[in-house]
Write a new protein. Sequence first.
Lengths: 114, 113
Amino acid sequence: ETGVTQSPTHLIKTRGQQVTLRCSSQSGHNTVSWYQQALGQGPQFIFQYYREEENGRGNFPPRFSGLQFPNYSSELNVNALELDDSALYLCASSLDGFAKNIQYFGAGTRLSVL
Amino acid sequence: AQSVTQLGSHVSVSEGALVLLRCNYSSSVPPYLFWYVQYPNQGLQLLLKYTTGATLVKGINGFEAEFKKSETSFHLTKPSAHMSDAAEYFCAVSEPGNYQLIWGAGTKLIIKP
């Protein structure tokens, strides 16, 4: 059984650019959640995708968007990057979307916005 | 609104000593509670969770936590610290039926030789 993988591991962008982060979910999982973890803080929920539909969203602006594909892999897109978007972005996969189900995390993508 | 408070951004204990990491939550209904661990340059890994049933929950690596509804707490303990326990620990909460985890700010556990 393969784990959750994220790419790229590190990324440097400049303010105003756009970025796409990718996540492959664990085999058999149909749900992907995305989190932003700023330095020294806990993860903040961005949104969750369940069977290719957005299942819920945290307090993030519309320039944060996502997709989930038929194989349940997922992308996080961020437009018009701001300096405060610099963070570790974590993807987690689980079964059926409910929080009681264990979420399996990837190692994250560290995004630096200059 | 749900929230999670972890007391102490850093906790330092000697190898072999008791580990106690504190987590308090606020929730309008009995929540689901989780502890995750994050090692440097790695993703988060579930240590243990409470959903229903027995309030003392045993997890991996010798950790356990007790759900105390009256104190709205879910503190994490380990009887004897090991150097390999050095990591950052996060407490998280969710309401039953919800999809979203609310996270604490984390506690970095430092083990002194």
